[in-house]
Design a protein around this ligand. Sequence first.
Ligand SMILES: Cc1cc2nc3c(=O)[nH]c(=O)nc-3n(C[C@H](O)[C@H](O)[C@H](O)COP(=O)(O)OP(=O)(O)OC[C@H]3O[C@@H](n4cnc5c(N)ncnc54)[C@H](O)[C@@H]3O)c2cc1C
Length: 414
Amino acid sequence: MKKIAVIGAGIVGITTAFELASLGNSVTVYDQNSAGAEEASFANGCVFSPGFVTPWVAPGLPKTLLARLFREHSPVRIGGLGAKELAWISKWRSACKMDNYLVHRSQLHNLASFSSDVFKDLTNRLNLEYESSKGFMVLYRTPDEQRNASRILQTYKEMGVSFLEITAEKARKLEPALNAETAIHGGLYFPEDEIANCRQFALLLKDECEKLGVRFEFNSSVKPLSPTQPTVIQTQNNSVKFDAVVMCAGVRSAELLAPIGVKVPMLPIYGYTLSAAVRETIDAPLSGILDDRNKVTISRIGQRIRVSGISQIGGSPKAHLHGAFNTLYKVLNDWFPGAAKTSENVQEWKGARASLPEGIPLIGACRVPGVWLNIGHGSSGWTLSCGAARALSNLIDGRLPGTNLIGFGMSRLD
Ligand SMILES: Cc1cc2nc3c(=O)[nH]c(=O)nc-3n(C[C@H](O)[C@H](O)[C@H](O)COP(=O)(O)OP(=O)(O)OC[C@H]3O[C@@H](n4cnc5c(N)ncnc54)[C@H](O)[C@@H]3O)c2cc1C
């Protein structure tokens, strides 16, 4: 039995703590907030997508995004560009080559499929009840949008992704409330993907962690790791020595690792969501869709609708970029007009995706003995969390990971 500290009680830290404790380890989770899942895992898009999971790198993506950058409802916005952002963009652009994309897409698909199995296993074994619905659809408004997307469908088939190419009629059968006045050229349907409430799942699993003896130290801000004692956790309250430390601190991970010589090219890519109560069930989505043009998802979570989108590079974590929420309201209105009560009690939220230029996370040993990484999950952290946690915990416990982790290690930063 090892004494292990997990830094961060987001979905990644909580799933990691659960897996480590299930293997018999003594686990303490530290978080600066007063509860779990208060940062990126708080109000994300809730799309659990083993099929659609896509790295935020793709051939042609820089050109497409640049062409749309100055349009009113652009999926990408610039909040500010400094040296850090420019260096990150330069690395990201080289990762967008076709051969890189194919490798990373396939690595993500493997991990996401494993994650889906672990997610189902936990849900069934622990009887976890959270808001969820089955199926996820990507909608193309024009032949051009569909043509662009079709270039990668053969790759999906080769990877064994479970999906169907669908017509507008089929899309409207699957989601009968889709606005008849918004054109649909076609779409993709991922029957195995689902909408599931990330924060609810995280808090339920936190309770299960406590049943296994995991201790949660909230309101404890961990200081950057010490080069001389990297497995000693120092907070404002105390210093405690562990056998191992697992970094799951989301966007703050890079600064906590810097003093021990681990340089991670991580950038927060900010996103926005709004959540509103369903007004008319008959007008609301049954599950989830992605509007491909605006890269906005609309998900049904229980009696609410969540709209999620925008990738903002640079700027501050709190200030809302002008027009960002307008885009979310517009896309909601395009597809499901009248479905949500948007005039009262709407929760508008901004979160940060901890993103690495290659679009895939770092999972595994760090070069410093005793320090492990589960960081940089970008736009797919909810989907990948359960699998990443199990694979990493197996490694820490001296077992085989259970899935192929090649490509997720530190060596890719060399
Ligand atoms: C707008 C938006 C929409 C998204 N939609 C989806 C989606 O539909 N599907 C999907 O799969 N993913 C989605 N994601 C991505 C997903 O939400 C994240 O990848 C995931 O939540 C990351 O989890 P995490 O635990 O790594 O980070 P976090 O949830 O941010 O947790 C990190 C924790 O570390 C703690 N911490 C940081 N520094 C310290 C310190 N020094 N001391 C103590 N504690 C510390 C923080 O308080 C925090 O609780 C979305 C993200 C955003 C922003």
